[in-house]
Design a protein. Structure first.
Length: 646
C-alpha cells in the first residue's frame, strides 16, 4: 500500500513543485503560464493530502480512539496544519501557502513508511518462507501402484514414496528403505541425517540419496513446520520489557512533540508577526521531525530478526521475555538423562588383557551379543557400530537366563554376561580387569564380561553415555562466566562421574521430578538468574519456575508448552548459542533506542528554529528526510544482527 501510494503521490508532487513558488525562486526560472496554471499547486497538493495522507489520518484516528497518540497522530497533525493553513492563504489569509512543502512532506513520509514496512515484513516473513519448501504434490502408494496427489489429499496412515532429491511432503515414519536426509531447514545442521525403518522424517526436508516409503503421521497444520511457524508468530507477538520501554518512550515523545510544536508556533507568531507562514512551517517541522518512527521500529525489527535467526538455527523462541532474560543468566541447570547424556546405554570404558585392543574387544563382544534383545546387549552392539566396527556374525548362539549368552564368533567360543556368569564358571579377574570393575562400581556403572574358554579377556563398563557435544557446551558456558549445575534422579556416584567427566560445577543428585522446581527456587533465593534445561516433559514444573526455561531435544515435537525456548536438536551446545543471541539482540535494541532518543534531543530544537538567527532553518521536507533517515539507520543497524556468529 505504501509503495503504491508513494509512486502516485510522487507523480502528483512533481507538478506541484514545478508550478509552486519554492523551486521557481530557488532555481530562478518561470513555469509555463496558461489559464488556471496558478491553481496547479492547490489542486495537486490537495490530491496528495487526500490520497497520500489518508493512511496517516486513518492511523491517527485509530490511535486517538485507543487513547494512545503516537507517530501517526504527529504526522496527521503536521500535514493537517499545513493543509488548513495553505487553504486559508489561498482564500486570502496573509502569508505564503505551503502546498509544495505539504506534497513533498507526504511523499517522503510514504517513502519512509514503505522502507520501514518492507524491513519488518522481510524479517517476519523469513520463517514463513519455510512453508514454500513443501512440494505441491506427493506420490502415494496404493497397493502395487503409485499415484501423484496434492499434499492436501494426504491423510494420516497413507504410505508415500519419497524419491532421491525430492522434498518430503509430510511428517511421517519410515516403513521401508534407508537414506540420508537434509534437515538443515529445521535444525540448522548442514550434515545429512541417516534415516532407516522406524525413524521420523519431517515435511519440507530433502531426501538426499535413497528411496523411502513413509507412513504419514502429520499433514498441514499438524506438521513440525507448521508448529515452528506458530511458535515464531507467538514469539513475535509476545511483549518484552524492552518493547514496553520503547512504547512508553514513544508515547512520551509524542506528548513532548505536540507541546514543543504548540510552543514553537506561539513563540514565532510573537517574534515574527509579519510571517505567520514561517511560524506554521516551524511547527509542522517540529511535529514531523519528532515522529517516533525510529523508536517504534527499534525493538520490533530486532525481535523479528532475532526470532527468525533463532528458528533457522533450531532455536525456537516461544516467549520473547525468555530470550531477553537469557543475557543475564548466572547459572544453567541441566537435567542429566537425555540432555547431557544420550538417554541410551553405551560402552563407556573397556579393560582388556593380553594386548587385546579395546576396539577389537568391543567388536567381538558385539558379535556374541548380536542376536540378543537385552538392552545392555544392544548397547554393546550399538557401541561397536558407532566405533566404525563391522559386527561379525555368530553361530551356535545360546541364551542362559540370568547369566548371559554364548556363541561362536570367527571360530572362537565366547561368552558374555554379568557377575552371575562369572560366579557360575568360578572365574577370577586378572589385575587390570579388577581395577576397571572397581572404577565402574564407584561410578554406579554396570559391568559386562567377555569370556573365552576359562578366562575373562575383557570387561565393559556400560552406562548412559555422555553426549559428545556436552563437554563443549559446558566449556562455552564457563567461558561466558556462567555456573553449570546438573540435576538428576540418579544416585550420587553416577551423577558425580558424569559431572567430573564434563567439568560441571555442582551436582544435585537423587532429586525426584516433583522436587526439581523446589531446587530451582532455592538457587533463585540465592540471587542467581537460573536457566533450566530439560526434556520438556517430566521437567515441566522446573522449566516454568526457572527465569529461562529451555526444552531440549524436542526434535519434531515442537508443541512444547513448558519453557520459553524450544531446542529442535538434542544438542546442549545450543544453550550457549541462546545466551549469545540474547546478548547480541539486547545490544542492538539498546543501540537503536539510544540513537532514536539522541536524534530527537538534537532534532527537535533544530526544527523549532533555535539556530534561525544563524540562518539555519529546516523546512518540513528536510525534517521529513531527517526523520526517515533516522528510521533507516535503525533498520540498517537491526539488520546487522544477521552477521552475529552464534
Amino acid at each position: 500500500m505504501f509503495r503504491d501510494k508513494f509512486w502516485v503521490s510522487l507523480l502528483l508532487t512533481v507538478p506541484t513543485l514545478i508550478w509552486g513558488h519554492m523551486l521557481q525562486q530557488a532555481l530562478g526560472y518561470t513555469a509555463p503560464r496558461f489559464p488556471g496554471s496558478h491553481l496547479i499547486p492547490v489542486v495537486f497538493g490537495t490530491a496528495v493530502f487526500a490520497y497520500g495522507g489518508w493512511p496517516f489520518l486513518h492511523g491517527a484516528m485509530r490511535e486517538l480512539r485507543d487513547r494512545l497518540p503516537g507517530m501517526m497522530t504527529l504526522i496527521a497533525l503536521a500535514i493537517t496544519v499545513a493543509f488548513v493553513f495553505s487553504v486559508a492563504v489561498t482564500l486570502g489569509f496573509p502569508g505564503m501557502p505551503l502546498w509544495e512543502e505539504l506534497a513533498t512532506l507526504v511523499t517522503i513520509m510514504l517513502l519512509g513508511h514503505w522502507i520501514e514496512m518492507r524491513s519488518i515484513t522481510q524479517a517476519q516473513g523469513a520463517v514463513k518462507e519455510l512453508a514454500k519448501l513443501l512440494p505441491e504434490t506427493a506420490t502415494r502408494v496404493v497397493g502395487d501402484r503409485t499415484e501423484d496427489v496434492s499434499i492436501n489429499e494426504l491423510r494420516q496412515g497413507d504410505i508415500i514414496l519419497s524419491r532421491p532429491g525430492a522434498r518430503i511432503p509430510a511428517d511421517g515414519l519410515v516403513r521401508d528403505g534407508s537414506s540420508s536426509v537434509d534437515e538443515s531447514m529445521l535444525t540448522g545442521e548442514s550434515r545429512p541425517v541417516e534415516k532407516m525403518r522406524g525413524d521420523k522424517v519431517v515435511a519440507g526436508t530433502v531426501n538426499a540419496s535413497g528411496s523411502l516409503r513413509v507412513e504419514v503421521t502429520g499433514t498441514g497444520e499438524r506438521t513440525a513446520l507448521a508448529g515452528i511457524m506458530r511458535l515464531v508468530a507467538q514469539a513475535q507477538s509476545s511483549r518484552s520489557r524492552a518493547q514496553a520501554v520503547a512504547d512508553r518512550a514513544a508515547f512520551a515523545l509524542t506528548i513532548v512533540a505536540i507541546v514543543a510544536g504548540v510552543l514553537t508556533l506561539g513563540v514565532w507568531l510573537y517574534l515574527r508577526t509579519d510571517r505567520p507562514e514561517f511560524a506554521v512551517e516551524r511547527m509542522v517541522t517540529v511535529l514531523v521531525i519528532a515522529c517516533p518512527h525510529a523508536l517504534g521500529l527499534a525493538v520490533p525489527l530486532v525481535v523479528a530478526i532475532s526470532t527468525t535467526l533463532g528458528a533457522r538455527g533450531g532455536l525456537l523462541v516461544r516467549d520473547r521475555r525468555g530470550l531477553e532474560e537469557a543475557r543475564n543468566l548466572t547459572t544453567v541447570v541441566f537435567d542429566k538423562t537425555g540432555t547431557l547424556t544420550l538417554g541410551e546405554h553405551r560402552v563407556v570404558d573397556v579393560a582388556t588383557v593380553d594386548g587385546l585392543t579395546p576396539d577389537e574387544a568391543v567388536r567381538l563382544g558385539a558379535g556374541v551379543e548380536r542376536d540378543s534383545e537385552h538392552p545392555i546387549a544392544r548397547a554393546i552392539v550399538k557401541s561397536a557400530e558407532e566405533r566404525g566396527q563391522r559386527v561379525p556374525r555368530s553361530s551356535r548362539f545360546t541364551y542362559q537366563a540370568g547369566r548371559g549368552v554364548t556363541a561362536t564368533v570367527e571360530g572362537r567360543q565366547l561368552a558374555a554376561g554379568g557377575p552371575n556368569l562369572l560366579a557360575s564358571l568360578n572365574l577370577d579377574l586378572e589385575a587390570p580387569l579388577g581395577d576397571a570393575v572397581e572404577r565402574a562400581a564407584a561410578r554406579g556403572q554396570s559391568t559386562v564380561y567377555l569370556i573365552e574358554g576359562n578366562r575373562v579377556i575383557a570387561a565393559f563398563a556400560v552406562a548412559d553415555a555422555v553426549r559428545p557435544e556436552s563437554r563443549e557446551a559446558v566449556r562455552r558456558l564457563h567461558d561466558e562466566g556462567i555456573e553449570v549445575i546438573m540435576i538428576t534422579g540418579d544416585a550420587e556416584p553416577v551423577a558425580k562421574a558424569v559431572a567430573q567427566e564434563l567439568g560441571i560445577d555442582a551436582v544435585l543428585a537423587q532429586v525426584l521430578p516433583g522436587d526439581k522446581a523446589k531446587r530451582i527456587e532455592e538457587l533463585q533465593a540465592q540471587g542467581k538468574k537460573v536457566a533450566m534445561v530439560g526434556d520438556g516433559v517430566n521437567d515441566a514444573p522446573a522449566l516454568v519456575t526457572a527465569d529461562v526455561g529451555i526444552a531440549i531435544g524436542a526434535g519434531t515435537d515442537v508443541a512444547v508448552e513448558a519453557g520459553d525456548i524450544v531446542l529442535v536438536r538434542s544438542d546442549p551446545r545450543d544453550v550457549p548459542r541462546i545466551v549469545a543471541l540474547s546478548r547480541a539482540s539486547y545490544r542492538k535494541m539498546v543501540q537503536n533506542l539510544w540513537w532514536a532518543a539522541g536524534y530527537n534531543i538534537v532534532a527537535i530544537p533544530l526544527a523549532a528554529g533555535v539556530l534561525a538567527w544563524r540562518g539555519i532553518v529546516l523546512s518540513p521536507a528536510i525534517g521529513a528526510v531527517l526523520m526517515s533517515a533516522s528510521t533507516v539507520v535503525v533498520a540498517i543497524n537491526a539488520q546487522l544482527l544477521r552477521r552475529v556468529k552464534l
